[in-house]
Design a protein around this ligand. Sequence first.
Ligand code: SF4
Ligand code: SF4
Length: 74
Amino acid sequence: MLIGPSPTLEMEIYIDKLFCNGCANCIHQCTMGVFKMDGNQALVDNEYICVGCFKCQSFCPTNAIQPRIVMRVS
Ligand code: SF4
Ligand code: SF4
């Protein structure tokens, strides 16, 4: 039996540093602990454990977070 490439769906989280105001809403809303604060700036810490709920995007007051679903083939 031939085994071909296997596609998987993963999350990518992008934070636009120019728009982040350091409110920490994303940290409080993300139950998975994807984010961490670095001073007055939110950073993506554990992207691979994101479950794709999109709450971080919904609660970010400046629309600085862009989660997206990507397909990877390995
Ligand atoms: S919710 Fe948005 S503005 Fe607030 S810390 Fe997170 S990325 Fe920055
Ligand atoms: S989509 Fe959900 S799990 Fe993923 S980083 Fe945002 S709040 Fe966390």
